[in-house]
Design a protein around this ligand. Structure first.
Ligand code: ZN
Length: 264
């Protein structure tokens, strides 16, 4: 399997640095789901024809909602086991022509921070959350710049079932998402029935991202899943990621990094 790296701005090994820190990506941490639970989420002509207009609380939807519920429990268990958020919670943006299809759950990022990238570190994690210049961030003190990161809650529609993940958007992807959030047609990002296809392509030393809107009635072109109904969305909204996924370092840790970078 091709291990993709979500790098824009020319940071070639970005999200994997976090995995290395946590002891490595130890294979498939997502619990395997039974074929039957998977099947219940797949689009089938029979199921599609049986679909009724979405209305909260109507009977006969246990199947789809319990599939989401299982996904949730699995996701929670997954996090509990690893002791921290692992990279599988973060959406990986593939290189075109591959793409991911997502639904945004909120109209804004749930967290925004400034990140330092320390090229001098050859082994292990290279990205660090800036403490802020007001707090005499050790990495700012040695003159390292920062880039803005925006985190978004999304439902990943690219697999066998809808899965909650978060997007960690650097400046390029962040700009593309922000543009969509301001355009008359696509705002708010989380309007019902709206999905986005996201991919990236190498451009010079960096990645250029594209974020294209897809309406519910054309979702089948880019996803094997049924559109999300109100109940699906509600269960995802109960378990959104928050800024606890942002790995902050202590001043001491950042000072050590700064010393190492200066030596390098
Ligand atoms: Zn800083």
């Amino acid at each position: 399997m091709e291990v993709d790296t979500d790098t824009d701005e020319g940071y070639q090994d970005e999200p994997n640095d976090e995995a290395e820190q946590g002891g490595g990506r130890s294979g498939d941490r997502v619990p395997r789901r039974s074929q039957s639970s998977t099947a219940s989420r797949r689009r089938s002509p029979e199921r599609a024809s049986k679909r009724e207009p979405a209305k909260p609380g109507r009977a006969g939807r246990e199947r789809s909602s319990s599939a989401v519920g299982r996904g949730w429990e699995a996701s929670r268990a997954n996090r509990a086991k690893s002791g921290s958020f692992n990279n599988l919670d973060q959406l990986t943006i593939p290189i075109a022509p591959k793409s991911v299809t997502v639904a945004f759950l909120e109209e804004d990022p749930f967290a925004t921070y400034n990140q330092h990238w320390v090229n001098e570190i050859t082994d292990g994690r290279k990205s660090f959350v800036c403490l802020g210049e007001d707090d005499d961030c050790p990495l700012c003190v040695i003159g390292l710049g920062t880039r803005n990161m925006d985190l978004y809650n999304v439902v990943d529609m690219s697999g066998d079932e809808p899965v909650l993940r978060y997007i960690e958007a650097g400046p390029d992807l962040g700009d593309r998402i922000y543009e969509r959030s301001q355009e008359e047609l696509t705002k708010p990002l989380n309007q019902p029935g709206q999905y986005f296809v996201i991919k990236k392509a190498k451009k010079n030393r960096a990645f250029a991202h594209t974020v294209d809107a897809v309406n519910e009635d054309r979702l089948e072109k880019v996803s094997d899943l049924d559109p999300l109904d109100d109940e699906d969305v509600d269960s995802f909204l109960e378990s959104l990621f928050d800024d606890s996924v942002v790995k902050r370092s202590t001043r001491r840790e950042l000072q050590d990094v700064a010393d190492e970078a200066d030596d390098g």
